[in-house]
Design a protein around this ligand. Structure first.
Ligand code: IPD
Ligand code: CA
Ligand code: CA
Length: 264
């Protein structure tokens, strides 16, 4: 049974409300492609609107909780033990180009642990969610990571935000090593969805350097609750905050992490 706490119901309500606004705006984006300036400002406004909607919905029910949001940063509430971590639009560049691969990501952190996470793709009507100890779900379906353990048949996903020169070098070196054993590598452009796809067994593994907490928080819990592993690439730091994250089914995660650590 797909159990769901009141907190998750609230998160879903907030995400659905924000999604309505984003989907409406996504419909407009196509028209703006032809203008010389492009839709950049429009998308920034859409992004902010989405964040405001989520913020208002969550705050109304839990006025004391703290927030960490991509657009507005940290908003400390009287209760600092409970913190919402929000990316109101993950996959901005896809959105801006009319590519239907973007999402909303909301997580609740309690005393430093993510206890609930949601990644919503309103274009495909796919809402991935998990609560600590209660499993991961896509609608009513329980999610499980894939059982593939060989790199040959695995599909891996990657991401690379604004690669600064040193990070670009690292990524290319990593790709060089990983491509030799795992030829099927994808770059879809929404880290939160990439992680949700690992949980759903669509991708067998994912890594990215330079992630922010709002990219990783909800997806991390969803992968874990689907039986996958999520860690920092290089050390034992909390993967939500370590920036450099690798996840996957247990076998792929272990071997992929080893490979990535071997790249100097
Ligand atoms: C980005 C996307 C992208 C990832 C970047 C993120 P944004 O988030 O998740 O896939 O590669 O690291 O910054 O900017 O679209 O919210
Ligand atoms: Ca993001
Ligand atoms: Ca974003």
């Amino acid at each position: 049974m797909a159990l769901q706490s009141p907190v998750m119901s609230l998160m879903i309500k907030a995400a659905e409300k924000a999604a309505k606004s984003l989907v409406r705006d996504f419909g407009e984006v196509e028209q703006l492609q032809v203008s010389r300036k492009g839709p950049a400002d429009f998308v920034t406004a859409a992004d902010k609107r989405s964040e405001e909607i989520i913020f208002e919905e969550l705050k109304r029910v839990h006025p004391d909780y703290s927030f960490l949001m991509e657009e507005s940063g940290e908003v400390k509430g009287a209760d600092t033990e409970n913190k919402w971590i929000i990316d109101p639009l993950d996959g901005t560049h896809n959105f801006m180009h009319g590519i239907p691969q973007w999402s909303i990501s909301i997580a609740l952190e309690q005393k430093g642990q993510i206890i609930a996470g949601l990644v919503y793709d309103p274009i495909k009507f796919e809402l991935f969610r998990a609560e600590k100890g209660m499993g991961a779900f896509l609608a009513k379906k329980r999610l499980r990571v894939s059982g593939r353990s060989d790199f040959e048949s695995a599909v891996l996903a990657i991401g690379y935000p604004n690669p600064a020169e040193d990070r670009k070098k690292k990524l290319l070196a990593e790709l060089d090593v990983v491509c030799n054993v795992a030829p099927m590598i994808r770059r879809f452009g929404s880290a939160a969805l990439d992680m949700a796809y690992v949980a759903a067994g669509r991708f067998d593994g994912f890594w990215e350097r330079g992630l922010k907490p709002w990219d990783a928080a909800a997806g991390s819990l969803i992968v874990k609750e689907a039986g996958g592993y999520v860690t920092s690439i290089d050390n034992d730091d909390n993967p939500t905050y370590s920036r450099h994250l690798v996840c996957g089914n247990p076998a792929i995660h272990t071997n992929l992490r080893k490979l990535l650590k071997s790249v100097v």
